[in-house]
Design a protein around this ligand. Sequence first.
Ligand SMILES: [Zn+2]
Ligand SMILES: [Zn+2]
Length: 64
Amino acid sequence: MHNQLFSNHASFGRGDMNRWPVSKKVEVFLLKCDVHKEETLNMFCDEHSKLCCANCAFLNHRHA
Ligand SMILES: [Zn+2]
Ligand SMILES: [Zn+2]
């Protein structure tokens, strides 16, 4: 069972990562902010338990 899984995975080894379509890789990690369309959600607010962009963090998530 597992051998089948691993052999499938092997065709996408480290070296093949670069051949993945860029969109496949970025759409998971580079979510855009709903408010600031150009900003990437690259911050996480512990207090609100949500992702936010740098602008949102500055505007809405100043807890200090
Ligand atoms: Zn934002
Ligand atoms: Zn917050």
